[in-house]
Write a protein that binds this ligand. Structure first.
Ligand code: SD4
Length: 309
């Protein structure tokens, strides 16, 4: 069954971002305002090394961020390869609201942000710089989130299996008091990526999609795989065809697994969350370890996603 209002985010630690979004939803505010406010929390949190401030840099030591928003009218805006801006989600929103365009990248996006009153912030924390300098010693670029890596990190961080990799890209989707849907997504992308690399997160249809008649979906994980199947848009179309949010997310995951084959799929992660117009929630991921956070009038909870391989 569904419930309204509701806000859902990728990754359990984003419960604190949901709490902020919930304040807007509980006051009968607009879903778009809720997801923007919510995503701010994670963007400003240095502990999340995949988003905004404290994000891990690319292989040249630059933190570049990607973000997008989509509202109940099908309006959308995105920024990509943006540097030195603390809240890219808000710049994405202004691209949507104040320009005739959908996407601004790099220096153009930065100039637009500055023209709108944003100020420059160094997003590279000492922690993340240290991680980068460590990485430079081997410069091994392995964007695959392998099962072995996960087990190793679980051990190191003394976590229960599958709990790792949980400070990550935030995708947030919400259904407000008026029954309107919106979503936002924000990331610093894959750690130590090639300079200029953009993943799924700011790509409308891949990292995020909202159709106010149907539902909203967003993604996390290996962006290249999510872009290849237009992940979030695929989920919306599956829900339009009558599948539940969970079934729809599973369909998207199945496409990734089919394309890669089982063996390769065992070594990559992509996770999706979705809500439909009734406020039903669903999620699915390629491998174990993905989780998500939900907040409704009954309070917050987090949940492990089902997975395919
Ligand atoms: C990307 N999807 O840039 C993002 C990264 C991510 O958890 O989700 N990391 O490909």
């Amino acid at each position: 069954y569904g419930t309204k209002p509701i806000v859902v985010s990728t990754w359990a630690p984003n419960a604190k971002a949901n709490a902020e979004a919930w304040k807007v939803l509980a006051a009968k505010g607009r879903a778009l305002d809720a997801v923007e406010k919510g995503v701010h929390v994670t963007e400003a949190d240095p502990a999340d090394q995949s988003v905004g401030y404290g994000g891990l840099p690319d292989r040249d030591g630059k933190v570049t961020v990607d973000s997008c928003v989509m509202d109940e009218f099908g309006n959308c805006g995105a920024v990509m390869y943006l540097e030195n801006i603390l809240h890219p989600v808000s710049v994405a929103r202004l691209v949507m609201e104040k320009t005739p365009h959908v996407q601004l990248v790099g220096n153009g996006a930065l100039q637009f942000a500055l023209s709108q009153g944003f100020t420059k912030t160094n997003l590279l924390t000492a922690e993340s710089e240290k991680a980068w300098r460590n990485w430079l010693k081997t410069s091994k670029y392995d964007p695959m989130i392998t099962v072995e890596n996960i087990m190793e990190r679980d051990k190191k961080e003394k976590k229960k299996p599958g709990q790792i990799h949980n400070h990550d890209t935030i995708g947030m989707i919400a259904l407000d008091h008026n029954g309107n849907l919106s979503g936002a997504c924000s990331t610093s992308g894959m750690a130590f990526k090639m300079n200029g690399r953009v993943g799924d997160s700011p790509i409308i249809g891949a990292g995020l999609y909202v159709d106010n008649e149907v539902g909203a979906a967003t993604a996390t994980g290996l962006g290249e795989e999510i872009v290849r199947i237009c992940g979030s848009h695929t989920i919306i179309e599956m829900m339009r065809a009558g599948f539940s949010p969970e079934e729809a997310c599973k369909k998207a995951v199945e496409r990734i697994v089919k394309r890669n084959g089982l063996e390769k799929a065992r070594n990559l992660q992509a996770g999706f969350i979705a809500i439909n117009k009734q406020g039903e929630v669903g999620a699915y991921s390629v491998i174990k370890g993905f989780n998500y956070a939900v907040h409704t009038s009954e309070g917050p909870y987090t949940k492990d996603s089902k997975f395919l391989v």
